[in-house]
Design a protein around this ligand. Sequence first.
Ligand code: F6R
Length: 369
Amino acid sequence: EKGGYDYFMLKEIAEQPKAVADTLLGRIDGQGNLSLDEIRIPTHVLRETDKVVVVACGTAFHAGMIAKYAIEHWTRIPCEVELASEFRYRDPILDQRTLVIAISQSGETMDTLMALRHAREQGAKVLAVCNTNGSTIPRESDAVLYTHAGPEVAVASTKAFLTQLVACYLVALYLGQTRGTKYGDEITDVVAELSGIAGEVDRVLETMEPVRELARSLAHKNTVLFLGRHVGYPVALEGALKLKELAYMHAEGFAAGELKHGPIALIEQDLPVVVVVPSPRGRSLLHDKIVSNIQEIRARGARTIVIAEEGDESVAPYADHLIRIPRTPTLLQPLVATVPLQVFACELATARGNEVDQPRNLAKSVTVE
Ligand code: F6R
């Protein structure tokens, strides 16, 4: 049942190109338009939406953080993202014009379920992004967009995360298309890029041997830090979460801009720091800032593990280890940048003799608050 792999997690990492392709299937028409009629929220409701709130837990929350960048950029609707476990306790402001997106692989996470119940009581419309047909969260929502990752057995979420991202991009682009924002041309370009993204994920998977080797060489370390900016920030958080849950290591993700506000004090000789570098094209300001962050931490002794686009030579002089990912539009980069971090955590866990599919103290779905 593990299809020749030692662990479900390895199988599920390898299944990601298919999971991504399956989640896109039938949702983009021949003209490059989004066709998401399955959502069945009337167009006028989507046009009148004046706020989007994303609620989720854990890895799904990281997908939600990335969704916020996409939704605000392509739709110009203000978007908040909140941990489901915090959401209803702060008396959030919600009404009929609020679209709440509840992201959940299992569809059974109690915190997320309670958040969406609260949102519906306030009159908000709830769209579930879910991987499990007929589970509680989609049953209790106004609408659902299923991710087609197939069953995810390993406790650590991998392919579900990538498909959550795809589903959120589709929702963001669909909202942008429905509302006719000024980003029409960009939407067309991104849809075209999305259609080819499964192939890019596949290419990343083919180049992972050096990442596994690096992971094994770090098996004795106690701490690994992760830095990112923009959508690379949630990717950094996701890389750190994977390492905590699988390798039982102290791992933390930071927004690189926050370094000088505290975390840089943690940098010491030979501390491994993974840095997710945005594309030098497009948002070049972001890119240049992170290159100087890499220089700053390296000057203080950090061992830099740099994830950067193919062709980006500017980072090479400061990278102790360079992991290449394919070129993608900035907002889509998490689909390729997360994969090496999953492989890294899985291999580190194996090297440390941990149970990869069943990490200690964790359950696949958390059905208590
Ligand atoms: C991390 C992980 C958890 C889940 C979280 C939400 O690898 O698996 O953080 O992402 O418990 O679960 P779902 O998506 O089922 O609501």
